[in-house]
Write a protein that binds this ligand. Structure first.
Ligand code: SUG
Length: 451
């Protein structure tokens, strides 16, 4: 029986309130661009153009809906009362940063939506999902409840899909999902080894001397990664837990996917990605049944600052039927001389499967620190699992066309942080999401539809 396992990239649709609020500490782009005027329409269309290009190139492409924003429920929980208009106006006057947070379109970065284990690796033969608690920032902590509902609406068949609760939303179990998780395997359908990268240990047993970042927070804990692996039933021989280099976090590597990307047996990484680089490689080699293909980029080729500025490692590395791989990099890589030279001389010309580089413009997202890899959640699915998906979430030309028309109907092309209190924006967003859930046939996943 051939199960025909393939990777489906589920990209997050950018929501109608996309804006630049400077909310993400340790994320250099977000901190730098806070206050800029955003273009939600362009952001959503850039995302859809990337999805369409990959679909046209033969990759399986899925789509995940944005979340309900502004999150008026969150404002009410914080003591703002009265009509929706009054709640927005009071928040704008008394707590503008909170208003910005509840308007963030951050669910577009679906690499942080959840951690996923394919059925080939799980003891019960189901695909496992854990929504990330995203507790390290308020605006992202608002995501997991709806994320869980959306994932359950799409991956509905309980005989094939297993959903776990998000981890306790407390610093000890700080979890940012698949952005700190890479599955390595000879091929998508072969048993894989799960590389979990973490920034700090919460309980620090026996390792008090391990260095921690000094400037920026470490968003993922070892204990969170271990708990997710436990939920999914992964055994020791299937997992490797590696500490991120604290200097990298301090340079703006707030997620491991800003400095490393894996696919199949290939691990493309910057030499500063892991605190114990050799230890991580050795542990992977011991566990993998296929030979690991490390593609290491040294500091002399690309500095940490250039890695963070260009998002070279926040690329999508995709498998092609002939065994080669395609690297989908953000446009910023082309603008950086040392990065672009490394792409040509080191990655494309090197002894590795990377045979093609595709450049995609996702600048609206990049200004908030989200590159091509942040925008997608990878789910390896067998043919029958793909057939079992509920909703209309696998992209085809018809769905792409409807989504583009939907964006053009509903989205503004100009949104400054001061405009977030506009009650018309909130009404526009709800009308758009109501229509979207019908287009995607995912049912009533939003709080406003359940009230
Ligand atoms: O969590 N930015 C996101 C970017 C997430 C990128 N994801 C991955 N690397 N996988 C974050 O820092 C900025 C929002 C603002 O400032 O308006 C923000 O949340």
């Amino acid at each position: 029986m051939t199960a025909d396992y393939r990777e489906v990239n589920f990209d997050g649709l950018v929501g109608p309130t996309h804006n630049y609020a400077g909310l993400a500490v340790g994320n250099v782009a977000s901190m730098r661009h806070g206050g800029l005027v955003a273009n939600p329409r362009e952001a959503a269309l850039q995302g859809l153009a990337k999805m369409k290009a990959l679909m046209d190139a033969g990759y399986l492409q899925g789509v995940l809906p944005p979340q309900q924003r502004p999150d008026l429920g969150a404002l009410r929980a914080l003591g703002f009362t009265g009509s929706d208009e009054r709640v927005l106006a009071r928040a704008a006057g008394e707590a503008p940063q909170i208003l910005r947070a509840v308007c963030s379109a951050s669910s577009m970065w679906t690499a942080n939506a959840a951690t996923v284990t394919p059925s080939v690796d799980a003891p019960d033969g189901r695909v496992h999902f854990t929504p990330a608690n995203l507790q390290s920032s308020f605006h992202r902590f608002l995501e997991p409840a709806t994320t869980g509902r959306v994932l359950q609406a799409i991956f509905r068949d309980e005989t094939r899909f297993a959903h776990h609760p998000a981890l306790p939303a407390t610093p000890a179990f700080s979890d940012e999902g698949a952005a700190n998780h890479t599955r390595l395997a000879g091929d998508h359908g072969e048993p894989g080894v799960h590389l979990f990268a973490y920034g700090r240990e919460a309980f620090g047993w026996g390792s008090q001397s391990l260095p921690v970042p000094q400037r920026f927070p470490a968003r993922q804990t070892l204990e969170a990664s271990q708990a997710v692996a436990r939920q999914h039933g992964l055994a020791d021989h299937q997992t490797v837990f590696a500490q991120q280099h604290p200097d990298a976090i301090d340079a703006g590597v707030f997620h491991n996917d800003v400095i490393a990307v894996g696919n199949g047996p290939v691990l493309l990484y910057h030499e500063m990605a892991f605190f114990d680089e050799q230890g991580a490689l050795e542990a992977l080699r011991e566990r993998m049944s296929a030979p690991l293909i490390p593609v290491r980029v040294p500091v002399e080729a690309v500095s940490l600052a250039d890695a963070v500025g260009s998002y070279l490692f926040n690329s999508q590395l995709l498998s092609n039927p002939d065994g080669s791989m395609t690297l989908v990099v953000p446009g910023e890589c082309q603008e950086n001389e040392s990065v672009w030279r490394t792409v040509q001389d080191h990655l494309l010309a090197g002894a590795n499967p990377i045979g093609e580089v595709v450049v995609k413009d996702v600048k609206q997202s990049m200004r908030n620190g989200g590159g091509p890899a942040c925008l997608r959640l990878r789910v390896v699915l067998g043919a029958e699992e793909r057939t079992a998906l509920a909703g209309r979430v696998l992209l085809d030309d018809a769905l792409h066309g409807e989504l583009v028309a939907w964006v053009e109907r509903h989205y503004r092309d100009h949104l400054a942080p001061e405009e977030l209190a506009d009650p018309a924006l909130a009404r526009e967003a709800l009308a758009a999401l109501d229509e979207l859930s019908a287009i995607l046939e995912i049912g009533s996943v939003y709080p406003f539809q359940q009230a």
